[in-house]
Design a protein around this ligand. Structure first.
Ligand code: AMP
Length: 112
């Protein structure tokens, strides 16, 4: 068995995190190093490594749905940004798929 990823350990509650949403397929918790006043991560329970790891479209759709749901739950009615860093050049540091949901400030473009 491969070792559990950091995010699997958070979802199993081996590691503490501020979990704000949970269902059978995913959970959302606050990022430990927020890059905006509101910064949450939506993480599938399945250990999918990245967007390039055979992600099924039903789960992809569900994760996007939950991103919009937690954004609403957190009052981001003016807008927000959803980011999926993918692979080394994409800036991914945790090898377990996650959607960043950022809001509470005006976002700039292009991103860094
Ligand atoms: P990425 O660089 O796209 O892979 O994003 C990984 C994110 O996980 C970063 O924004 C980190 O701040 C966040 N992170 C790392 N460890 C934890 C943790 N223990 N609890 C919550 N967020 C974390």
């Amino acid at each position: 068995m491969p070792p559990l990823t950091l995010f699997e350990r958070i979802l199993r509650r081996d590691i503490p995190a501020d979990i704000i949403y949970e269902d059978a397929h995913c959970a959302a918790f606050r990022d430990i190093a927020p890059q905006a006043p509101t910064h949450m991560l939506v993480v599938p329970r399945m250990p999918v490594r990245s967007l390039d790891d055979g992600l099924k479209s039903a789960l992809a759709g569900h994760l996007l749905h939950v991103a919009s749901l937690v954004a609403r739950q957190e009052g981001l009615s003016d807008g927000y940004r959803v980011v999926i860093n993918t692979g080394l050049a994409g800036g991914q540091t945790v090898p377990h798929l996650h959607l960043h949901v950022l809001g509470g400030r005006d976002m700039t473009w292009p991103p860094g």
